[in-house]
Design a protein around this ligand. Structure first.
Ligand SMILES: O=C(CO)[C@@H](O)[C@H](O)COP(=O)(O)O
Length: 217
C-alpha cells in the first residue's frame, strides 16, 4: 500500500476547516502536519491549539512532523492532542533510541526525519525501532521549494538497509513532491509521499490528490 499525505502547511489558514474537509473527502490517506519552532528551522508554522482543532475535524491518520529542538519535551503533549505518528528530526535528538521508545510508549508510531545532508546509514542501528523514516527532499522550514534530485539515491540506500535488516520501516518523502517525481520515488522504494504546494496551489486539489494516488498505485 502506498500513501499520499497532503501537507497542511500549504493550506489556507483562514479557511482551515474547509481545507481539512477537502482532505477528508479526497483520496488522501494521511494529514501531514508540520510543527516548526523558529529555532531548529528558520520558520514558525503553528502549534498545539491549531493542531487540536485540525484533529477535531480530520478523519484520517494524523502524521505530525516536529521541526523543533529538544522534541522529548513535547512527546506526551502531541500524543494527548491525537497524533498517530510522531516524527522527530535525527539532527534534533541527542538520544534517539530513548526518544523513539518514549514516542511508542505513548501509543504513537515513531518517525525519524533526516535533513538532505544526513546520511541514511546513520539509522541502521535503530532501524527496527523506527516505524517511518521521513527523507527530507528539501531543506526543512518552508513549503514550495524545489525537489533535491539526490533524494532518489537516498531512498534506494535506505530501502537496502530496511531489507537487509528485515524491517517493516516505511519511507516517507517530504518536499517538492509533484506528478513529475512521484512515480520514480515509489519505484526507488518510497511508501508515503507528502505533497503541499502541488496539491493546495492546484486548481482542483481533490483531483490533484486523485491523480497523485493513481500515479503511485
Ligand atoms: O516539512 C516540510 C517543509 O519543511 C514540508 O512538509 C512541506 O510542507 C512540503 O511542502 P511542498 O514542498 O510540498 O510545498
Amino acid at each position: 500500500m502506498k500513501y499520499i499525505a497532503p501537507s497542511v502547511l500549504a493550506a489556507d489558514f483562514a479557511n482551515l476547516q474547509r481545507d481539512v474537509e477537502m482532505i477528508n473527502n479526497s483520496d488522501a490517506d494521511w494529514f501531514h502536519i508540520d510543527i516548526m519552532d523558529g529555532v531548529f528551522v528558520p520558520n514558525i508554522s503553528f502549534g498545539m491549539p491549531v493542531l487540536r482543532d485540525i484533529v477535531k475535524h480530520a478523519s484520517k491518520t494524523i502524521d505530525v512532523h516536529l521541526m523543533i529542538v529538544d522534541p522529548d519535551r513535547y512527546i506526551k503533549t502531541f500524543a494527548d492532542l491525537g497524533s498517530d505518528i510522531l516524527t522527530v528530526h535525527y539532527e534534533a535528538c541527542t538520544h534517539l533510541h530513548r526518544t523513539l521508545q518514549a514516542i511508542k510508549s505513548e501509543g504513537m508510531k515513531a518517525g525519524v526525519a533526516i535533513n538532505p545532508h544526513t546520511n541514511v546509514s546513520l539509522l541502521e542501528d535503530v532501524i527496527h525501532d523506527i516505524d517511518l523514516v521521513c527523507i527530507m527532499s528539501v531543506n526543512p522550514g518552508f513549503g514550495g521549494q524545489s525537489f533535491i534530485e539526490n533524494t532518489y539515491k537516498k531512498v534506494k540506500q535506505l530501502k537496502e538497509i530496511i531489507n537487509r535488516n528485515n524491517s517493516q520501516t516505511m519511507i516517507e518523502i517530504d518536499g517538492g513532491v509533484t506528478d513529475q517525481n512521484a512515480k520514480q520515488l515509489i519505484e526507488a522504494g518510497a511508501d508515503v509521499l507528502v505533497a503541499g504546494s502541488f496539491v493546495f496551489k492546484s486548481k482542483n486539489p481533490v483531483q490533484t490528490i486523485k491523480e497523485l494516488k493513481s500515479i503511485i498505485s
